[in-house]
Design a protein. Structure first.
Length: 86
């Protein structure tokens, strides 16, 4: 064999080995997380409740802004003016 053929064979073997290593790493399982203590569970629940309350507050503000924008651009409510727009 000439030197170029040996080099190509060596590179192909190394590439195949690297691909097998990547395949094995992709299918490896991670260890299970440690169980949470009661304090950690309570803190997580409190944090989730605070996030839910904040989201509800943000939604209410957004709805208020949308209503104000609608009334401003439409000219107020039709009932207040005595007109029926359809």
């Amino acid at each position: 064999m000439n030197r170029g053929g040996v080099m190509k064979r060596l590179i192909a073997t190394l590439a195949a080995g690297a691909m097998l290593g990547v395949l094995a790493a992709a299918h490896a399982k991670l260890p299970a997380p440690p169980p949470k203590s009661e304090a950690e569970k309570a803190a997580e629940a409190q944090k989730a409740a605070a996030a839910k309350a904040r989201a509800a507050e943000d939604l209410a503000k957004a709805q208020d802004r949308a209503v104000a924008n609608y009334k401003r651009n439409r000219g107020g409510s039709a009932d207040a003016k005595g007109q029926n727009r359809k």
